[in-house]
Design a binder for this molecule. Structure first.
Ligand code: SF4
Length: 347
């Protein structure tokens, strides 16, 4: 295929928007939402350090990001009409990309220190992000780096062993959709309550009478959370293409250590309605708070309070946050099920 499918241009970056990731970050800590997503709305109010730290990739998301990136690059290669890369090429891709992330993170950190700003960098079609530990001058040990490479390679091995290339090749290339088709293209989105709702899915395949939404999962994630995420994408498919819900299949693909069999779930209409109601309500709440902050900038911390869960602050990327500083000396036991879905931090 010469030209990848494109989405219509997205509204301006100042528009309030919502996605599974932004909703998840608000649920996790309201302060972190305004730190990461509030800049286009009330940028002059939030200190620059928060804006910079909001771009960081938590290192815990690195294995998932490398895995997603290599699969995405393989899919892009296939979409351009070439053969799938070999398993060896994909494994080499992990090491190559890890090095790219590290080099970029150093350069990004230095640019921020020298000039107070830094450019985004794309490696072909994927956007690199600076990794938090490198930004904060906590370099990885050799063992850690080997561990990232080995874990991402093990995830890719599972993807290959499940014979996804053959499964996907059964569907015409015109039916494959990535959430961000090209380097300069708009991400997938639709209107919800007058605001853009983004869908950062891994792959949607539109076959005859069936739309299959895939999501590659590399960490420990609760099935209920994954299904919520996939229903957010099903809502997009229904709104954007008008796909009937009974034709939409949701497929989480477990590539991490705790694998579940690949199972097709049906999109559930009441779950989508519930989710859209939650998001519509969330947009209204955000709109109201942002408006109040625009009228009185002193309110930004009060209206977006810090979480009271010290465990969440312990590993937070917003080290400029006063609450981060406070909790570092505390000894905190992780609550059960404390692991967030790190893939939420990939987009
Ligand atoms: S340090 Fe804690 S309160 Fe501050 S943004 Fe992070 S999670 Fe929220």
């Amino acid at each position: 295929m010469d030209v990848l499918p494109q989405w219509p241009d997205w509204p301006t970056s100042r528009s309030l928007s919502i996605s599974y990731s932004s909703a998840g970050m608000f649920d996790r800590c309201e302060r972190s939402w305004i730190n990461r997503y509030g800049f286009p709305q009330v940028g002059g109010i939030i200190p620059f350090a928060y804006g910079a730290q909001g771009k960081l990739l938590p290192y815990q998301a690195l294995v998932g990001t490398l895995t997603d990136n290599v699969i995405e690059l393989a899919i892009r290669r296939r979409l351009s009409g070439k053969e799938w890369p070999s398993g060896d090429q994909m494994m080499r891709g992990v090491s190559f990309l890890l090095q790219e992330y590290i080099t970029f993170s150093h350069s990004w950190r230095d640019q921020i220190a020298d000039f107070g700003r830094a450019e985004d960098k794309y490696y072909h079609e994927i956007r690199l992000r600076p990794v938090d530990r490198i930004f904060f001058n906590e370099p990885f040990s050799k063992d850690e780096l080997n561990g990232f490479t080995a874990s991402a390679a093990a995830c890719l091995r599972k993807w290959l062993d499940a014979e996804f290339p053959d499964e996907l090749d059964a569907i015409d290339l015109e039916g494959w959709w990535l959430s961000k088709p090209g380097m300069n293209s708009a991400p997938a989105w639709y209107w919800l309550a007058g605001h853009p709702a983004y869908a950062s899915f891994d792959l949607i395949v539109k076959a005859k009478d069936e739309t299959i939404i895939y999501d590659w999962k590399t960490g420990k994630v609760r099935l209920a959370d994954v299904l919520t995420q996939l229903h957010a994408y099903a809502a997009f498919a229904a709104a954007y293409w008008g796909d009937p819900l009974d034709q939409i299949r949701l497929v989480p693909v477990w590539l991490g250590e705790e694998s579940l069999p690949v199972t097709l779930y049906r999109a559930n209409e009441s779950r989508i309605k519930e989710l859209q109601q939650e998001w519509t309500h969330r947009i209204a709440v955000l709109r109201e708070r942002i408006e109040r902050i625009r009228q009185d900038r002193r309110l930004w911390m009060e209206l977006f309070p810090a979480t009271t869960d010290a465990w969440k602050c312990k590993g937070c990327q917003f080290r400029a946050c006063p609450t981060y500083q406070k909790v570092q000396s505390l000894s905190v036991t992780p609550p059960p099920d404390s692991e967030p879905d790190w893939s939420m931090y990939n987009d």
